[in-house]
Design a protein around this ligand. Structure first.
Ligand code: ADP
Ligand code: MG
Length: 553
């Protein structure tokens, strides 16, 4: 494997590359950098995440002359986000090469500001086709000195309808033999035509599928009944609990709808699509990158080329309309060799066939996965809560918190009881709609039996009191307790059948809230309120009343 310093690159730029932490050039960089330095035209086909920006960025920064005012290199990208991303990277490459001005131009920002910037010099201009055309018409950019042109994500620009603009820009360059570099994930005939017309015997570089981002991504699909996709989404978002998630839909309308629905459920999500004002889009994008909104919902066009590290999860809420779209979406995760997960929601046989075709086309394995079961979800929900509590344990605690706890302790409540009460107050059972979950073989739940206690609503006891008492009296974990059904004059408690005798024995003559309690096994399914009281068994050895659960001062 070649090293960057084996390529004919100056020390300033090698230093900048080193600062970026790139250990070795990617395949496309190995081939493209020397060719572009030599002045050759390049036609590069490679998938997202293979390091194309540096493949053309490094040689361009190498070649432009410092302090040159006129535009020497023009980079054309489909969206504002990409323009900014490419500009950023270029600036990093030129960190130690002084006097190289790189100016981004794009729609949605007052053109005057860009004109001011351009006046100060611009060796490299990075722009969207529309805004470049705009400046050309106003004569606020001149391409007289331009001898390098890059079309980045060329196929996407054609998809977006920029064909005429691009042709016009390319024709307006006076330089007779400018160097033209074209990168595209796919090579449809429209691209080949551009190549024929504007490139001169280009070096064609195609990166074999082995280096694709998609290969480091774990891909699965879920079959979801019609109309249940949102329920499934909610379940899967919690199940994967990813840091940053990108959700793809096929329409802008659905982007907005999903954002609304998720926000209603207190799940922080933000949307990105082409209809949004440019400035707003950048803000959205930053909010996502910084993790303020850890879920970004987008259409294909809006998300093109976006490079955010650490997207752990990609969800194809809609199955993509095209194989290549699938690759691009999935390529949002698993960037630069990192692990990622991509899941696709599939409805109906036609879509199942479609996802299988995608797997064939991409030569990857996309396995069918059952949705997590209700038990798994309840468990993971609980674990998330426990994690939150654990995190809180490491946080500073406010003065008021201390005052509250001290007051309760002073009133004589046991610390475990206070803690349990607090958990009961703040823990919310998840409200997932499990209709989506495929019928799973019914798991035999724990065998439970019923214990009846002679204490009820009239005694103002709570389930919390009772569960605490059981676990304290029996010394068993509260896990053995099932449902607690407090009636007016008695309470029915489900107990793991294995422990029922032990528990009843321990509870037989204890006190809860200072009240004597009798316990017994209840074999009937209680429906009626006035069922018989559990008789006290006179033959059992008498025990002295246990300590009072709620001490009074
Ligand atoms: P593409 O344009 O092919 O989708 P990018 O140029 O956006 O890919 O690069 C994808 C990611 O890989 C970026 O985060 C970039 O910083 C990183 N990267 C590029 N080249 C290298 C390299 N040689 N070593 C390590 N990381 C790299
Ligand atoms: Mg790119």
């Amino acid at each position: 494997m070649k090293n960057f310093n084996e390529l004919p690159i100056s020390l300033e730029i090698l230093r900048a590359i080193n600062d970026l932490g790139y250990a070795e050039p990617t395949k496309i960089q190995q081939e493209a950098i020397p060719a572009i330095l030599e002045g050759k035209d390049v036609l590069g086909k490679s998938h997202t995440g293979t390091g194309k920006t540096a493949a053309f960025g490094i040689p361009i920064i190498e070649k432009v002359q410092p302090n040159h005012k006129m535009c020497e290199a023009l980079v054309i990208c489909p969206t504002r986000e990409l323009v900014l991303q490419v500009t950023n990277e270029f600036r990093k490459f030129s960190k130690y090469k002084e006097g190289v001005k790189i100016v981004p131009i794009y729609g949605g920002e007052p053109i005057e500001r860009q004109i001011q910037l351009l006046k100060k010099g611009s060796a490299v201009i990075v722009g969207t086709p529309g805004r470049i055309m705009d400046h050309l018409r106003r004569r606020t950019i001149k391409l007289n000195a331009t001898n390098m042109i890059v079309l980045d994500e060329a196929d996407e620009m054609l998809n977006m309808g920029f064909k005429e603009d691009i042709e016009e820009i390319l024709k307006s360059v006076p330089h007779e033999n400018y160097q033209m570099i074209l990168f595209s994930a796919t090579m449809p005939s429209a691209i080949l035509k551009i190549t024929e017309q504007f490139q001169d015997n280009p070096l064609t570089i195609e990166i074999a599928s082995k280096q694709r981002t998609i290969d480091t991504v774990n891909q699965v699909y879920y079959e979801i009944p019609k109309g249940k996709k949102f329920d499934a989404l909610e379940i899967l978002l919690q199940h994967y609990n990813a840091n940053l998630t990108m959700i793809f839909t096929n329409t802008k309308k659905l982007v907005d709808e999903l954002v609304d629905e998720l926000n209603k459920k207190n799940i922080k999500a933000i949307g990105l699509h082409g209809d949004m004002k440019q400035q707003f889009r950048t803000r959205v994008f930053e909010q996502f990158k910084e993790g303020n909104y850890p879920i970004l919902i987008a259409t294909d066009v809006a998300a093109r080329g976006i490079d955010v590290d650490n997207i752990e999860l990609v969800i194809n809420y809609d199955i993509p309309q095209d194989n290549e779209y699938y690759i691009h979406r999935v390529g949002r995760t698993g960037r630069a060799g990192k692990k990622g997960i991509a899941i696709t929601l599939v409805t109906g046989n036609k879509q199942v066939k479609f996802i299988k075709d995608i797997a064939k086309y991409t030569k990857t394995n996309i396995a069918k996965q059952p949705l997590p079961s209700m038990e798994e979800m309840l468990e993971s929900h609980k674990q998330l809560f426990i994690n939150e509590v654990r995190d809180q344990l490491n946080e500073n605690v406010s003065k008021t918190s201390f005052e509250i706890i001290n007051q309760l302790l002073a009133e004589g409540y046991a610390i475990e009881n206070i803690a349990t009460a607090l958990v009961a107050k703040s823990y919310q059972e998840p409200r997932f709609n499990f209709d989506v979950v495929e019928e799973q073989p019914i798991q035999k739940t724990k065998d439970m039996r019923m214990m009846k206690l002679s204490i009820g609503k009239k005694d103002k006891v709570s389930a919390n009191h009772i569960i605490c008492a059981i676990s304290e009296e029996s010394g068993l974990s509260s896990q053995i307790v099932g449902k607690v059904d407090i009636r007016d004059r008695f309470t029915l408690v489900e107990i793991d059948a294995k422990y029922i005798y032990k528990v009843v024995e321990c509870m037989y003559e204890c006190t809860i809230k200072g009240l004597p309690v009798y316990a017994g096994i209840d074999e009937k399914k209680h429906k009626k309120e006035n069922s018989q009281r559990v008789k006290r068994n006179k033959t059992t050895e008498k025990k002295s009343p246990k300590k009072i659960r709620k001490k009074r001062k």
